[in-house]
Structure formats: C-alpha cells, structure tokens
Design a binder for this molecule. Sequence first.
Ligand SMILES: Nc1nc2c(c(CN[C@H]3C=C[C@H](O)[C@@H]3O)cn2[C@@H]2O[C@H](COP(=O)(O)O)[C@@H](O)[C@H]2O)c(=O)[nH]1
Length: 339
Amino acid sequence: MEAPLLPRESARFVAENSRDVLVDLEGVRRAAELLLPAASAWRVEQWKSLHELNPRRADEAALDWVFVVDSLNFSFWAEQEEHKCEVRYGGTAYTGYWALCAAVNRALDQGIPVTSASYYATVTLDQVRDIFRSDTSVPMPLIEERHRILNETGKILLEKFGGSFLNCVQKSEKSAQRLMHLVVEHFPSYRDEAQFEGKRVAFYKRAQILVADTWSVLEGKGDGCFEDISSITMFADYRLPQILVYLGALKYSDKLLEKLRKGEMLSNGDKQEVEIRGCSIWCVELIRDSLLELLEERGEKPQGEINSILLDYHLWDYARDHRDHMRAVPFHRTRCVYY
Ligand SMILES: Nc1nc2c(c(CN[C@H]3C=C[C@H](O)[C@@H]3O)cn2[C@@H]2O[C@H](COP(=O)(O)O)[C@@H](O)[C@H]2O)c(=O)[nH]1
C-alpha cells in the first residue's frame, strides 16, 4: 500500500476537497484574536502545572505512564451525556480522558504495575475490567479493545524496545517526526490512516499526542528536546472539531449538522468523518499562523511558544471548561481506537 500523506499535508488535501466541512477564514482570524491574550502564557510546563493527574517527574517511569495512557487515549464519549463512566480519585470524580488517567493512578496506588510492559503484555481481560472500573453503572467504552491493545503494545515494547518507552524515544534522536514514525511503524493501534478522494491520508492522532506528551513530560529538555516539535499538528479527536465550530472557525453543511444533531454515528474512515478531522487539523494550523501574524503586526515577540501542540492543549482544556456553553454544537460520534 502507498505511503500516506503526512498529517499536515493530509489536512491541506482534505480541506481543499471537502464538501460538508469548511474552514472559515474570517472565523479563523476571529478565533486567533480571541486566543491571542492567552497565547502569551502558553508554556510546555503547563502540562504539569495545570493537570494534577499528570506525572510530576521527568523520568523513565513518567514516560512509561505517558506511553500506556496514550495507547488507551481514545473514545470516552458516552451514549447519553448524563450517564457516563466516572472514576473517583483523591476525592474528585473524573470523566472522559481524565477517568482513564485517574484509573491508572488508582491502580499504581494499589501496587498494580499497570505502566510496566511486563505486566500489561499479559494482563487479563478481568484484570483490565477491574483496573478501569467505573464508579457509576456505565463502564469505560471499548474495554475489550483496550485489553487487546495493552497485550499487543506490551509485547511489542518488550520485544523491540526492552520494555521501556525511553528506549523508543532515544532511538528518535530528538526528532519528533522520527519518533512519530517509529511509533506508527512498530505499534499497529497507532496507524490512524484513511482513503480520501483517491489518496491515502494519515492523521496519526494518538502518535502525535504521544510525541507531544513525551515533549511535555520531559519539559522539552534532554531526550525531549525535539528540534522539530513545531512540525506536529493538532490532534484530530472529537472535541476539537466541536470547539472550532463553536468559535466559528469551522462550518458544517446543514445536512451534516442535522445528522450530528440526531446523534447519528459516523464510521471511522467515512468521507464526512475524514472531512471533519482533516479540516480541523487544517483549521488549527491556520489559527496558529494567524496568531503569529497578529503578533508580527503588533511588533510583539511571543513570550511563550506558539505551536499547534500548545494551541491544541489550550483549546481542549477550554472545551472541557466550557462544556455547558457548547451543548448546542454536536460532536461527531465515531467508535474507534484511533481517537
Ligand atoms: N485534541 C486533543 N484531544 C485530546 C486531548 C486529550 C488530553 N490530553 C492532554 C490534556 C491535558 C493534558 O495536557 C494532556 O496531555 C485527550 N484528547 C482526546 O479527547 C477525547 C476525550 O475528550 P473527553 O471525552 O472530553 O474526555 C478523546 O478523543 C481523547 O483522545 C488533547 O489534549 N487534545
């Protein structure tokens, strides 16, 4: 099979050929103006300072935490918004992606070595059900797939990287692109690709967020000092499109909006699903460019770092904090292991 276009080129191609999703250039500009005040504070250190469940350290164990979490970082949306999986940890009830992190930390506190490849390579389905158990009657979605991916990923990490994700990071020799390709080449569950208008496209959402979280947990230093970190695009999940539509930077056709409002599922690889994901990536690339232009026009130098990763993190956190305001904008419902 032909090698796919890389995520940024895939996004450009999809945006140029999309029918039901449009990147609105006026909306992009307005979103950049709205985000500019916050952008000057963006720092890689915020990954730890803003999120209590993320590891505090920057060592091998912290990298193994990131690797197992990002190997399971997919599909948390609930059939009914009011009935969802919840994990109580440290007196807080976490949902969605944070429920996954809370469950991992809860297991570690109980002495279960859930971040060690030698453990999860042979962990049983019953053990996985217990580790990721919900404190409501709604289980975490796709628990069987999570079990299969843990066994598959653990075995490969043991066979090819001595059971340590640090070895994989060091093989990338401080290149974000090389790390992304190493992950996609060796770990099948990260191969987030599709066919669109006769071309093979790739979004590599979990591979890119794994690189981003590796950069973040290592605080951009040492093995995590990737000289090409700005080449990583935003991560095409199901929350970012929702907020981009909410901000007016992305527009759906009436037909697609109606479909999403009815809660109809889209299959992974469907034309409309690929258009939503590809246009979202391209939209964030243009918002990032617009932020840099605005700073240039004002003769200001960015005090922090303006790249698609930190812009994505900010938009994702913003979407989480403004969940209620965004209720009128539907998110697309796809069940898969890629996002
Ligand atoms: N685009 C993008 N998608 C992200 C993340 C994250 C969490 N990562 C960072 C966040 C804080 C720390 O800094 C982590 O590094 C999870 N997701 C995706 O969202 C979905 C879960 O949503 P909900 O059901 O509402 O929990 C699911 O597809 C999940 O894969 C991100 O940052 N960007």
